[in-house]
Ligand binder design. Structure first.
Ligand SMILES: Nc1ncnc2c1ncn2[C@@H]1O[C@H](COP(=O)(O)OP(=O)(O)OP(=O)(O)O)[C@@H](O)[C@H]1O
Length: 266
């Protein structure tokens, strides 16, 4: 490639996103379902290596953020950018770009074994050796899955199935992992284990993570960045510490916002 062409490509790539350090970015994204505005001109982004939490009350639009990235909901305005370029791939192709989605509800295949579930995480790969390498590294990261590798997923507890769902997400060797409520419905001791594992994935594998969570304390303990949503709007973007200092979550959960603006209460 000529120097001139390299510079053109680089400047195009940096038109949005990577120039500002954003690996994945939602820029002014609006998602509407008929009269319901699930996301309104939302700006959220993930820098390489970050673990960003997305928090907010029920119906705030948190899951819609992840679904907009995955092309699972119609983006009516705005754009999702991946490495600075518009993300336009079909949902089933997105995993090949390096984005892996672990949806809410531990959707493992209960009639398949642990190993079979994991293998499905990179079923699109033709390279058998690479599949085997990935399986080995996931089993190393999850000793529990290694121990239970021949068991049927139906024999596992909820927490174990969540670990399996995480492991399957990692079989795609993603640059970015999107996690929707990974601790939902789990016992407190298991919740702690799941958060520790998510943190470990971010630290050890350097996987960039977007995590939607209801468990505020747990997720703020491991996050490096925090978004707060309310009625489809991003009302806070900062460090976990800034979330605590501004008391934003109390205001949002008490309904002290109107159209994205904080209302003064006496
Ligand atoms: N497929 C859909 N059709 C119609 N409305 C939808 C659809 N998906 C989401 N919504 C609505 O969009 C809004 C945001 O939903 P979303 O699931 O993103 O919220 P959330 O913050 O993840 O909520 P929760 O914490 O309850 O999971 C809600 O009002 C929801 O009812």
């Amino acid at each position: 490639m000529s120097q001139e062409l390299i510079e053109t490509v680089n400047s195009e790539e940096s038109a949005n996103g990577e120039e500002s350090g954003m690996l994945l970015e939602l820029s002014n994204v609006t998602v509407q379902f008929g009269a319901v505005v699930a996301l309104e001109q939302a700006n959220l982004g993930l820098k390489r290596g970050e673990l960003a939490a997305v928090m907010g009350p029920n119906g705030a639009g948190k899951s819609t953020v992840l679904k907009a990235i995955m092309g699972l909901v119609p983006v009516t305005a705005g754009q999702v950018f991946w490495r600075g370029a518009p993300l336009q791939a079909a949902t089933h192709e997105i995993v090949k770009l390096g984005i892996s989605f672990v949806p809410q509800g531990r959707r493992v295949f209960t009639h398949l074994s642990v190993l079979e579930n994991l293998e499905l995480g990179c079923i699109y790969l033709n390279d058998r050796a690479e599949q085997a390498r990935r399986l080995e590294s996931v089993l190393e990261l999850f000793p529990l899955l290694h121990e239970k590798r021949r068991d049927m997923a139906s024999q596992m507890s909820g927490g174990q199935q969540q670990m399996l769902a995480l492991g399957r997400g990692l079989m795609a060797a993603p640059e970015v992992l999107l996690l929707d409520e990974p601790t939902l419905g789990l016992a407190p001791i298991i919740v702690k284990e799941v958060f520790e594992k998510v943190h470990e994935i971010n630290e050890k594998l350097k996987t960039t993570i977007f995590v939607v969570e209801h468990n505020i304390k747990g997720v703020l303990d491991i996050a490096s960045r925090a978004y707060v949503l309310d009625q489809g709007r991003v009302v806070h973007d900062g460090t976990p510490k800034s979330v605590e200092e501004t008391n934003i979550l109390t205001d949002v959960f008490l309904g002290r916002f109107s159209h994205g603006e904080r209302e003064e209460w006496e």
